[in-house]
Design a protein around this ligand. Structure first.
Ligand code: ARG
Length: 442
């Protein structure tokens, strides 16, 4: 069944039919499409465009279709142009001629716009819950492993931090990701239904009614914009891209930490794989895949941005391309968050290896300089003095705290016995604003 046969005298070319059909993708919107139609029909009854009997008949039919799809007796397959045609054709089969009244004062343009917004609302909240789980998991892992570790800049040992504090940096990123998604969900929460094709309808319909039936905050204002706005997909995909960038950075760090050169953490076998050739291998494929799939989500963002660039108002068929990349992106994001949560939850943190690594790289050198500043040495001079101490340590292959007092004194007379207490790694975090590194601040 075609929704637009009247003005055509030739049949659609077979290749064109295939090319035009979006059913294999937008069948995923069946629930939103049917719910949207039910709200629309209720509204048509309320404003007396349809009779109560007609409304009841159509709603019964639509509810039956939904039930049959969910129970599996009605398969989402066949030669349909899109999900909208599928539902209408099935309705016609079930309830007969009354089905033809469903599409009164509606176009597929506002229909697909409302369907997609409903889908995004339903699904993105689910992603937000997943982010919450990951946040909880990181907080828990951090609490259980409050060990000293070197912090890095340029991937070179820099200053002492704790493993928990490092994970908490990702908690901050994820909290921002959540805010971005919730903000996008707030902005999109306006119903476009009733905008029709691009210019509303001469019938006295009630858009506020359908908006509130479908749980929208309010209605959109401009019909042209309503049917051609896909900003919300761009916003969500951009929030997804940033989120994936965060997951990818975390993946990369954990991958580095699992190497024998670092050994800070050991991944669970559950989230690792082996090599078909090298028997000793245990590879962090879970994390590599998260890192790899990041590009795929970025691709979705660029896809939609490019599709919409220079597109004239109002609806154009180009917009049909919005779904495939969005669905792929949300599926990718969801599985990546879940896998990351599993990896973090099951990985083992190696306290001893982290402690050993504190000694590599002079990560208390800055505190030696701070110590000299306390004794009245200008910071620039202190920096120079400590630089020379580090050079000496490098030559004699020792850590700063392993030098004897006389050796230290040969660089500055200001250095006294209390230096050792001052630059001891765990003491460092008790001083100044480093205290916050040890605190749980929400
Ligand atoms: N399948 C279309 C889409 O996803 C639905 C809207 C079609 N509207 C139209 N006038 N051809 O964008």
């Amino acid at each position: 069944m075609k929704l637009w046969g009247g003005r055509f005298s030739k049949d659609t070319n077979e290749l064109m039919k295939k090319f035009n059909s979006s059913f294999y993708i937008d069948k995923r919107l069946y629930k939103q499409d049917i719910k949207g139609s039910i709200a629309h029909v209720r509204m048509l009854g309320k404003v007396n465009i349809l009779s109560t009997e007609e409304v009841d008949k159509i709603i019964n039919g639509l509810e039956g279709i939904l039930k049959d799809i969910e129970e599996g007796s009605l398969k989402l397959e066949g030669d349909y142009e899109d999900i909208h045609s599928f539902v209408e054709a099935n309705l016609l089969e079930r309830i007969g001629e009354t089905a033809k009244k469903l599409h009164t004062s509606r176009s597929r343009n506002d229909q697909v716009a409302v369907d997609m917004k409903m889908f995004v609302k339903d699904e993105v909240f689910n992603t937000v819950f997943k982010i919450d789980n990951l946040i909880e998991c990181l907080i828990k892992k951090g609490r259980e492993n409050e060990y000293l570790m070197p912090g890095f800049t340029h991937l070179q040992p820099a200053q002492v931090i704790t493993f928990r504090y490092h994970l908490m940096a990702y908690v901050e990123m994820l909290k921002r990701d959540k805010k971005r998604l919730l903000n996008a969900l707030y902005i999109l929460d306006e119903s476009p239904l009733g905008s029709c094709a691009l210019a509303g309808t001469t019938n006295e319909i009630d858009r506020e009614f359908t908006a509130s039936e479908l749980g929208f905050r309010c209605i959109t204002k401009n019909y042209l914009d309503s049917v051609s706005d896909r900003d919300y997909l761009i916003e969500i995909l951009s929030a997804f891209s940033i989120l994936m960038m965060h997951l990818s950075r975390l993946s990369e760090e954990i991958i580095i930490w699992t190497t024998p050169q670092f050994k800070f953490v050991t991944l669970s076998d559950e989230y690792s794989t082996g090599s078909s050739l090298m028997p000793q291998k245990k590879n962090p494929d879970s994390l590599e895949l998260i890192r790899g799939k990041t590009g795929r989500v970025y691709g979705g963002l660029i896809n939609i941005l490019t599709t919409l660039k220079a597109l004239p108002l109002a609806y154009n068929k180009d917009m049909q391309e919005d779904k495939e990349c969005f669905f792929d992106a949300i599926d990718t994001v969801n599985i990546c968050i879940d896998v990351m949560t599993g990896v973090i939850d099951t990985m083992k943190v190696n306290k001893e290896e982290m402690l050993k690594s504190l000694k590599k790289g002079y990560i208390n050198a800055t505190e030696v300089a701070d110590y000299l500043v306390k004794k009245g040495v200008p910071f620039r001079d202190a920096h120079e003095i400590v630089g020379r101490i580090v050079l000496y340590c490098e030559k004699t292959n020792r850590a700063i705290e392993d030098l004897k007092l006389e050796e230290l004194k040969s660089f500055s007379e200001e250095i006294e016995e209390d230096i050792y207490e001052y630059i001891e790694y765990s003491n460092i975090l008790k001083k100044g604003n480093k205290k916050y590194i040890l605190m749980e601040v929400e």
